[in-house]
Design a protein around this ligand. Structure first.
Ligand code: ZN
Length: 429
């Protein structure tokens, strides 16, 4: 076997959840994994990367993304789903994946292609094969909605139009079970249900699946080894999701204290998507952060976040990026801080907590020996200022350097390129 490539990273300090900041620690990467962490390591065979004044941290994880969507203030969701071909949306998704990785988000759980079929499975494959750059992606393919329980709304268009939908429709236990099996067979890592949607008589959010349907779907997914994510905004949709035994609840803006307590008791994680709530308010309700009062939607999202914290629910970092620009996933961490978390708690949510939610706590989310070398470096100390995450200087995924703005600082400047990993150098102005 050929010797694995070795890289010795020399940041000013490292940060990893549980260990806090450690000064003057070096990290030796062999092949795709972390081989050693220690003070002033020497590794004559390795390429040295001086990350002067930088903090090295685990690659960030966003546990709720949509690589196949882009901001609705550029193109409305209906127009993306109804007017754009799957191939055109895939080209966008490739660019989104690249922007995500360059921003230091090295893992995503992508929660539905929103009408772009199973294209996420192919994108995940192309990234894994090194054909295009991007984060590790856990995919959920088409996602599952109750028949008539999603969008585009048939009431908004001519009734003789056959409208493509943003997810796979299913009605009744048999169809739900069938949809789960199909999506798993096509490559879904997670199964995503929409437990509710804005289909009440006046556009209110109402629960769309019966408890029996949800239960059967969750059971089938679990039998197939797939965890379940549930989009639930109403308290009723959340309650049914809890009863059905889902693994994560997304959004949860309408959750009551009682429901969050039951989530905590059943160890169901919460992905608050605060950045999505803010973006929607900006696009459609004239909200301007810091200039106008928060909308009711934003206040609900913040209230839910606080209730979840008080109830001791596991809170991950899931932004719903795609609603807003890919590569600005860091917005979610800043909003979590605004709602009361410390920067360190936010960083923990986006690394170790998310890794646990994704069942990857044994190889992702921490700087630890034998873990995958997904690492980023930012100038200064991000436990004091999360804004430093806006511009990582260095990004490594699986031992491959994919971004290095400090390249001149390398001692032995040779390409570090383990098999199956593309090296992309950011063009400098
Ligand atoms: Zn979403």
């Amino acid at each position: 076997m050929a010797a694995a490539s070795s890289v010795l990273l020399k940041p000013a300090r490292i940060w990893s959840a549980g260990d806090g900041l450690r000064e003057k620690m070096h990290v030796l990467v062999e092949g795709e994994r972390i081989a050693m962490i220690g003070a002033e390591l020497s590794a004559p065979h390795a390429t040295c990367v001086e990350l002067t004044d930088c903090t090295l941290l685990p690659g960030l994880i966003d546990a709720h993304s949509h690589l196949f969507l882009r901001p609705y203030n550029q193109t409305l969701w209906d127009d993306q789903v109804l007017k754009e071909s799957e191939s055109y949306r895939t080209v966008h998704a490739v660019a989104h994946a690249r922007a995500t990785l360059m921003a230091g988000f090295t893992t995503l759980r992508d929660l539905g292609t929103e009408g772009a079929g199973y294209a996420d499975v192919s994108l995940k494959r192309a990234i894994a094969e090194g054909i295009v750059p991007g984060p590790r992606v856990l995919v959920s393919t088409r996602a599952i909605v109750a028949a008539g329980g999603y969008a585009p709304s048939r009431a908004k268009y001519r009734d003789d139009c056959c409208l493509a939908q943003g997810a796979e429709e299913a009605s009744g236990v048999d169809e739900v079970v069938r949809a789960v099996r199909h999506q798993a067979a096509h490559g879904a890592d997670w199964i995503k249900f929409y437990a509710d949607y804005r289909v009440g008589p006046n556009g209110e959010t109402v629960a769309t699946f019966s408890i029996e349907e949800l239960r059967a779907g969750v059971q089938t997914a679990h039998d197939l080894g797939r965890p379940v994510a549930s989009h639930a905004i109403s308290d009723e949709g959340m309650k049914r999701s809890v009863l059905a035994g889902v693994d994560t609840i997304e959004h949860g803006y309408g959750g009551t204290r009682e429901t969050f307590v039951s989530m905590g008791a059943k160890n169901i994680a919460f992905l608050p998507t605060l950045a999505a709530a803010e973006s929607i308010a900006e696009y459609f309700h004239g909200y301007s952060p810091g200039k106008t009062e928060p909308t009711e939607h934003i206040r609900n999202a913040e209230r839910a976040f606080r209730l979840a914290r008080e109830a001791g629910v596991t809170i991950g970092c899931g932004s719903d990026v795609g609603v807003f620009a890919h590569g600005t996933n860091w917005r979610e961490l800043e909003l979590m801080q605004r709602c009361g978390m410390t920067p360190e708690e936010c960083l923990t949510a986006a690394t170790a907590v998310n890794a646990k939610i994704l069942r990857r706590e044994n190889d992702l989310g921490k700087i630890e020996k034998k873990f995958l070398a997904d690492l980023i470096a930012v100038p200064g100390d991000p436990t004091r200022d999360l804004a430093l995450l806006h511009a990582p200087r260095f990004v490594m995924k699986g031992g491959a350097i994919v971004r290095d703005d400090l390249e001149r600082n390398r001692v032995k400047c040779e390409a570090v390129q383990p098999p199956n990993c593309a090296t992309i150098k950011e063009s400098r102005a």
